[in-house]
Design a protein around this ligand. Sequence first.
Ligand code: HAM
Length: 422
Amino acid sequence: MANERDSLRAPKGTNDILPPGSFRWEALVRLAQDTFEQAGYAPVETPTFEDTALFERGVGETSEVVTKQMYSFEDLGGRSLTLRPEGTAGVVRAVIEHNLHRGALPVKLHYSSWMFRQERPQRGRYRQFFQVGIEAMGTDSPSVDAEVIEVGDRFLRSAGSTPTLLLNSIGHPAADCRAGYNQVLVDFLRAHEGDLAPEDGKRIDTNPLRTFDSKEEATIAVMASAPVITDHLCGACAEHFEDVKAHLDALGVVYTLEPRLVRGLDYYTRTAFEFVWSGLGSQNAMGGGGRYDGLAEMIGGDPLPGIGFALGVDRILLALNDAGIEGGPKVDVYIVAQGDETAAEALVLATRLRRAGIGADLDHTMRGMKGQMKEAARSGARFAAILGSDELAAGEITLRDLTSGDQERVPATDLESKVRAG
Ligand code: HAM
């Protein structure tokens, strides 16, 4: 039963992003957006909720995200809707619905959005979390795989982190590739069934690949000697993977081949990758992605190959700690008004500065001089503009440089130019 105090607490697994950390958060998202747009990716916004069937078909009915983690609800019209657990299915749906794929290809889009998964919360794992991501749709050319991976890698590095890039190819579903390998893997798992954790024994037939994702010690020990997909790729997938690696080598992107990397969502084909950082502990993935050449058809559209990634902003900031990205208040001048008659003038002055493109703030609560100077320091402003009755009468302002402590009286009309001259 909810008690009264619960209405004063954010729901379990959610976070409030508060200042000053919220400035770094915003700076990180802006850096991502700039990096993505500089590579030709255009912003896209899709609804926070979609038809439940979109995720069931797209993300897959054997994935944990769909079976255990979705926030699904019925709306007043009796439709089953789901808060998006990830962004790719919605973006692909939007591209098909609006025929963006009938124009120039690939369609390159980026998003920065909240996602929702009902997971057991722990450090780096929340029920509402924020992703930045890109998707390139309309070609299976290995060069776009390399472009996508390089953009993600460069963004994470320019933000100040040092991730390890894990790379794999998981083939495609046809009989001579993943389906053939699945049979080899099922045979292996059956032969070792008694040694697997009971939970993992249950999905041998439904989704054997997922066994590689198990966190159970017993299963991990078994999987160390399991056959790996890269030894069973069909000719076309093996060649595609070689080309992706050659492109990454040409770009100087360093990767570690990880033939046991399978990713948790069902739509992946061929290239799969993850950016991990050991300092994050058990939730060590800063982000990941891969190719999803069959996703458009899974959700009822025409074939539309694609590749993309999503990076977890909450986790990147945990990984960065206090290093790397910087963001802070944008107040340049704090107006310190002394005396009743100057209080109204302070707002006029702050507004004048803001209209001129200069960040300005002021006290609205009639604090004393000392209190206002404290606020001025806290605001991060470079200058305090002190306005007393003397200054008011003379049409002047005392401008104090809060870093050096130097101050001078200047004509009020010169304030903008003095501040700009810094
Ligand atoms: P994902 O691996 O499920 O992929 O999520 C990507 C990243 O989102 C994770 O590596 C992690 O940083 C963050 N993340 C996931 N779940 C949580 C959580 N509960 N709490 C905090 N952070 C979380 C996808 O979502 C795919 N849509 C990526 C993609 C795009 N593939 C192709 N295009």
